[in-house]
Design a protein around this ligand. Sequence first.
Ligand code: RAM
Length: 957
Amino acid sequence: MRLKKIYTILFTYLFFNLPFFISEADAQIKPVHLRCEYKNTPVIDIAEPRLSWELVSNRNNQTQSAYQIIVASSVKLLTENGADIWNSGKVLSNSTNQIGFKGKKLLSGKVYYWKVRSWDKSGRASAWSKASTWETGFLKREDWIAKWIGYNLDSLNKNKTYHLPPAPYLRKEANVNKKIKTARLYVTSLGLYEFYINGKRIGEDFFQPGWTDYHKRVYYQVYDITKNIRQGKNAFASILSYGWYSGYLGYAMLVKSPQVRAFYGDTPKLKAQIEIEYAGGEKEYIVTDETWFANQGPLTESDILNGETYDARLELQGWDKPGYNQHGWKSAVVYPENENQALEIYPGNPVRIYKELKAKKIIPRPNGKYIVDFGQNFSGIIRLKVKGAEGDSIILRYGEMLHPDGKLMTENLRKARAADTYILKGDMKEEVWQPGFTYHGFQYVEISGLRKAPSEETVIGLVLSSSVPVTGDFETDNAMVNKLYKNIVWTQLSNYFDIPTDCPQRDERLGWTGDAHVYIKSAIYNNDISAFFTKWMTDLNDAQLSNGAYPSYAPMPMKDGVAMIRKTDSYSPGWMEAGIICTYELYKAYADTRLIEKYWSNMLRFMKFLETKSKGEYIFKERSFEDIHPKGGYGDWLSVGKQTSPDLLATMYYAYCAALMSEMARAIQKTEDKLFFDKVFENVKKKLYEHYTDKTGQFKVDSDIYGNGAGYSHYNPQKGFGGHTQTAYANAIYMRLLSREDTQKAGNYLKELILKNSGKLSTGFLGVKPLLPALSATDNGDMAYKLLLSTEYPSWGFEVVNGATTIWERWNSYTKEKGFENNAGMNSFNHYSFGAVNEWMFGNMAGIKNETPGYRTFIIKPEIPEQGINRVRANYRSINGNIVSGWKKIGRKLEMEAIIPVNTSAWIYIPSSSTDKISINGKQLKKSIYYANTETAGNKVKVKLGSGSYKIDCLLE
Ligand code: RAM
């Protein structure tokens, strides 16, 4: 009886799965992880969306020889013969990503179903992948019938220090009489919004629709609300906040700008369009217009930098539900359209709750206050749960650090109030509140106004971040380095917040361009930032200055060509190159040529700006940037030691940008441009060499021309400038600006300078990224490891051993001798620029280095130090699949691990010079027998391996 049952199960299983097994056995690859425009099942508004997939296989050495994509308007039609939108046919190609859709013209508001199959290297077809979808938003402006509505409360709540008007509440009820098939909400705001249907908040996104140059574009979101709408009466409701549109921005208060808020407009506005398709096919539209009602409610203050106040006594019971008594509400005001303002779908990853944190410690303070310590610095908000009497006020203040006496440190928040207040309604039950339109950078919250000591439940930390998918992980046998890696990840989480911000806590939080490009390659290892940066590249190009320079931060609100936050803000060498460097790094990581094409003319304008600024001489001599503020630009920002001439750095960046432009020109087949930039590169290199080096290949500048440096880089005045610095050599080597011989000399100078500096680094923002890579490139990898492992000031390790949980803005954000000396000026404890060492950790310690765009071919070349670290393992999920590199040293024995994704290949460098000491997956490496491509490279052997998992053993030299 039992046997019979087993047979029946086996038979049924085989019957249904046999075709699958047969095709699986036929082809050795399988397409998985289907994405459209970098996302799983997104809503898009692009005419030719790009499709990508990954391939998996249980055999080594597999590639794709062809693919076929089919697209249909329903799942039913998604068959080879039924596909009514696109059938690519069999395309002989090994591409698995960035494949542009070439089917029938896409229509607005439709769901498209697609799948793909791949042929393996022997020409056997795989089974079809699982079906995926994309949906279209509005592809034509006329699709929008909703109007901008709002309620101007700007005259309220002005006090001496802050002007924080209450949040507008908007609502409308509408009848839905028939059976619903589907329903969508298309929604956006100028300012920030939360949208509710029948009392339920729609979506889980925060800070939508994001920060853009609102004069040029505003993004919208699309939500499937089929399940939220019911037959009968429905209530549609929204709370607006001031956000980046009309709230406080940047350091305007700090620099005493006449305008400190409302840079784009003083009234937040909402635009929402609900489209219902009935079962019978007819459509119904409910849109924002003059029939909506407005009021103010319990959210009496709401600002990103300054915080929120919520007076629960003013709650409008049931305002977001049907049947509410609207007595006292006013008609919402309709605002005119701005035809120049594009309405587009949010291309990034929305800010969401990443994680909830519980209190690590609750510390009682004088006067009935408490400090909750979350044990981790992060960006986010709290959820408060309290019980008390009506009118009790709970005040929450946020800080990254405590003073030695236990007091909350808030000086480094500068003018950002960064405080929230909750006023209780005195409910018998617990009252629960969390802010929706502010965020803070903090580890500690000080609470006052509680009637009894808080418990773990009283405040929960809600970590907020742009929801970028995780792609990397990094681990070693060294606890300090592991902690450093975690700190880098937390800093990225905290600052990839709709835009790449410099810091999350103080009155700044701007998209500083220098920080963004210095760190972008490091970020790429940790997270898939393709969509996040697609968004910011728009912000950056929208903010390109009229002279062609990219600005110092983006978005940058401007009026008549002048920055509104601080009128002296414009551009700076070392910052303005972000438009070239970021586009290039995104191309290298994701094989994205569309971004290059889209911004090619902007990039050409920037290169023209450099040409004009250098008077066609291909060099920026000393004092070339005297006309900007601070003079010369920001230079090697926050370096410690001799300052590098900003003009020398500007010249290096000029050459580097020309080289990147040449490579990008080739990628988009602009041959003439490529040749042009090759020449520019050669010319700038030559001039750099002639003007800025002496006969021994040492960098020099005419320091006298700068005098004592007064007026130059604001935070490091009076020190003068030189060329013989760590930062200069590190950049020249990293950017490949020197001959082979001079590169080695530069490496020697770099090493010498570090030794002279008691074996310590002295680099700032512009020197930190290339420092360790440059050491490694010139055979000074041992020195790079020493710098990484140091725990003495200034070093990454110094931060870790002093309790850091994120990366600090300054090497001396805190020192034992001087404490937090820079606090009131500029001292963030959550700033990613110095985290740019991550690029070396993945690229050199683990040795994962990109070769061709998208990691189609790459290198695994780990650097094994003599001491300090005996084990490293890193993985990086590239657009072509997951890459792993690991190694473990046991005495002189080295065990390496490598995973190479299907359809890619890698050169693996094995640190042993003779093949008879090397085995791969248990077999001794024999040249030309097992692996055709084996070469010796110095004291290493390099083997080219196809896809698969490999264990490599060798004896170290
Ligand atoms: C400060 C921050 C930021 C930097 C600018 C120049 O505001 O340190 O990171 O880019 O200065």
